[in-house]
Design a protein around this ligand. Structure first.
Ligand code: GAL
Length: 721
């Protein structure tokens, strides 16, 4: 071979290697770019996602080329996995990573994206950890992987940048003092670095999706629309839900459920816990014949009382289950609680599991399920067999690590597909979720119970297309009970989960006393307070349902951090104990039974929902509220539709609505969403937007759409000054 030939071949080879190692950027939708580098994983979370809501996505303004940093991403394939390095600007902030528990603003943190039922320190484990963050610079980065993904958010400095470290050290203290405690010793008194390092464990390549803004709110809207649009639960799911003790038999369920109807306390869903099954850990998905000898008759009773029945289960299939033999060939090679772990990646598995649920429960009128334990629980308890190990193998080719991240998502999908087949919407409760779950009618819940974390989880859920349910169980005091009830009212899913309480929590909030029938002397007073709150939730149904419809069609999260609405107000950047509910209500829960707290009001005038007292925005106030007052504040210029509470929602329900006018509403309009509330007809254009406008002291109602029936009757307009 001549020298020329050899060097030509060499050049081609170098070019080929460089080309094949270069990242490839493709625009996949307006304002969304896919960046691919290196060898790709065979199965990715995006393979299971719903179709984007394209029409709505196309309506969003988007830049042509995306954020400038796309060109400056560096990659390294290391033994432990691929590492991508993305630049961070000095004043850039980071939010997101799914249902984070401990922290709102994430810069300076390490985030390990690993599904787990319990936080482990503050490293990022949660029921729904998403490898997806949103930057205050108005873009979002998502890693389309079900491997463990680690993010270093400016939390580590490379030695190569030692000059800047030197400068920083000089700027701050210069020399270090010895420190008299571990925290003083390890105190980080320098700035975070200007790099995000993303490591996909064990992978040789990476796929990232980058979502354009320009605002952070636009980023999450784009992500939600790309995922298939935000969830639109059935109308009944806006109401109140109760879950009864797991040991109750059919007679006890029937008699307990009459309580709400006799006392005229609204309740739409009644949930059964593990005891309904013949085996629950793992699950048989078959009625316990001794305690539930005639399930059809119980279903009849519950339906006649207008309850939606919800059944608890998890995905681990007990050897006595009717589906065990057929599902074993499509399951992982490790058991959980001696049960098979279905590989929901495979259509055959989804068919076996789905058909069985459809025929035996959905067609019989079971309206919803609580999908427990799909979060690979108790990772930190090394002796617990609460999940399959990372070394498990599944027939689809996934390993345990990948299945751990995907199980919650795939389990929801399997059940939701069955409801779709019978054209019924449901509202699941679920303990794990993952990327692209925005369209799922489901709310996440937990066994954790810290009230402040519950509120922070509402705030964080808005960055991730997730619904979060800060459920109420036992409490430490009457105040704690009422304040927690208020928080669950001000969330996407109002549920009291009494799976270990024999009596109502407002009859006795202490767990042991409750189960010993030691009822509180003032229980009826507490009952009246609980009833008021549940009725208030029912009054909010038109407002909340419209907020969910907007979530569906525009992607705007119904519950979201203040920083999404007021990005330029520095004061709200770190606020993790106040949030927006719908378009114009700010919630500021009182934690741990407190009656006084500090509340920050963003720009504008805000009305106390209880007293109509006005607060001028841009300031902090110390506010005291009695237990009869709920910490909600309404933005001036809001037309707030409030329904006369009903005890439950049916297909025929018509809600009487009063429009409250807060301050000057001249020229203002709000919209209500009206459809049949329980099927998917809205996807076939069977819905109305009702425009409620106020002009020159007169209200007008304008229905736009194809839906023929009416579920809202506007009865009055009520100015509030
Ligand atoms: C838990 C779940 C609780 C309850 C319980 C029943 O793991 O989080 O809400 O359902 O199981 O055993």
């Amino acid at each position: 071979m001549t020298k020329v030939k050899a060097s030509l071949i060499c050049c081609f080879f170098i070019l080929f290697v460089q080309y094949s190692l270069a990242q490839q950027i493709t625009k996949i939708a307006p304002g969304i770019w896919k960046i691919v580098y290196g060898e790709q994983e065979k199965i990715k979370p995006g393979d299971f996602k719903e179709k984007p809501l394209e029409n709505e996505l196309n309506k969003m303004a988007a830049s042509e080329n995306g954020p400038a940093f796309l060109k400056y991403i560096k990659y390294n394939v290391e033994q432990g996995g691929i590492v991508a390095e993305l630049p961070l600007e000095d004043n850039e902030r980071i939010y997101g990573f799914g249902l984070q528990v401990n922290t709102l603003e994430q810069r300076g943190m390490r985030r390990e994206i690993r599904t787990n039922s319990w936080i482990v320190g503050n490293i990022g484990f949660t029921h729904a950890p998403l490898p997806f963050y949103i930057s205050s610079k108005g873009y979002g980065v998502l890693v389309n992987s079900s491997r463990y993904v680690n993010f270093y958010l400016g939390s580590q400095h490379k030695l190569a940048k030692s000059i800047s470290i030197k400068q920083q050290v000089e700027e701050t203290s210069g020399t270090q003092s010895p420190g008299d405690s571990p925290s003083a010793l390890y105190n980080k008194n320098y700035k975070s670095s200007n790099t995000v390092e993303i490591q996909v464990k064990g992978a040789k390549g990476i796929e990232m999706l980058v979502f354009d803004g320009p605002s952070m709110k636009n980023v999450i809207e784009r992500y939600n629309l790309y995922s298939g649009g935000g969830a639109l639960p059935p109308l009944w799911a806006m109401g109140f839900k109760y879950r009864a003790k797991n040991t109750f038999n059919a007679t006890e369920v029937a008699s307990f459920s009459s309580y709400f109807r006799e006392k005229h306390i609204p309740c739409d869903m009644f949930g059964l816990e593990p005891g309904w099954q013949s085996a629950a850990y793992s699950c048989s998905y078959a009625w316990n014949k001794k305690n539930y000898p005639n399930p059809d008759s119980l279903l009849n009773i519950m339906h006649n009382r207008n309850y939606k029945l919800n059944l608890w289960e998890h995905a681990y299939v007990h050897p006595t289950s009717p589906i065990f033999d057929s599902i074993v060939p499509y399951s992982g090679d490790y058991a959980v609680w001696k049960g098979a772990v279905p590989d929901f990646v495979l259509p055959q598995t989804r068919k076996i599991f789905g058909d069985y649920h459809n025929k035996n429960f959905i067609q019989k009128g079971v309206a919803a399920f609580k999908l427990d334990e799909c979060d690979a629980a108790y990772y930190h308890e090394a002796n617990a067999e609460w999940s399959f190990p990372d070394i498990a193998k599944f027939p689809s080719g996934l390993d345990g690590e990948q299945m751990r991240q995907l199980l919650g998502y795939l389990y929801q999908k399997t059940i939701l597909d069955e409801y779709q087949k019978v054209d019924l919407r449901t509202m699941l409760e679920v303990r794990a979720s993952y990327l692209f779950a925005a369209p799922f009618n489901a709310a996440l819940y937990t066994d954790m119970y810290d009230h402040a974390s519950f509120v922070r989880m509402i705030v964080n859920s808005g960055f991730s297309g997730l619904n979060w349910s800060p459920e109420v169980r036992q409490t430490s005091s009457e105040n704690d009970l009422i304040r927690r009830l208020q928080t669950t009212l001000m969330s996407s899913h109002m549920v009291v989960d009494c799976w270990f309480l024999k009596n109502l929590p407002w009859y006795q909030f202490n767990r042991d006393k409750n189960n010993n029938d030691e009822l509180l002397p003032n229980r009826f007073e507490l009952e009246a307070k609980a009833k008021n709150l549940i009725e208030l939730r029912m009054s909010f149904i038109p407002y909340l349902y419209a907020a969910f419809a907007k979530y569906h069609y525009t992607g705007t999260p119904p519950f979201r951090a203040l920083v999404l609405d007021y990005p330029d107000d520095k004061e709200v950047w770190k606020i993790d104990n106040q949030y927006m509910m719908g378009e114009s209500i700010m919630c500021a829960p009182f934690i741990d039974g407190a009656s006084t707290r500090e509340i920050y009001f963003p720009e504008g005038i805000w009305y106390d929902f209880n007293s109509n007292k006005k607060y001028e925005g841009g300031k902090k106030y110390t506010i005291t509220m009695t237990l009869d007052e709920i910490p909600m504040f309404v933005k001036e210029g809001t037309i707030l539709p409030m329904a006369k509470p009903v005890e439950y929602i049916t297909k025929e329900t018509v809600l009487d609505v009063t429009c409250r006018l807060y301050g000057n509403c001249d020229g203002k309009t709000i919209q209500l969403f009206e459809d049949n509330g329980h099927t998917f007809d809205y996807t076939k254009n069977q819905f109305n937007w009702i425009n409620l406008s106020w002009k020159k002291n007169k209200g007008t109602i304008n229905r736009v759409g194809n839906y023929k029936k009416q579920h809202y009757k506007i009865t009055s307009w009520q100015p509030i000054n």
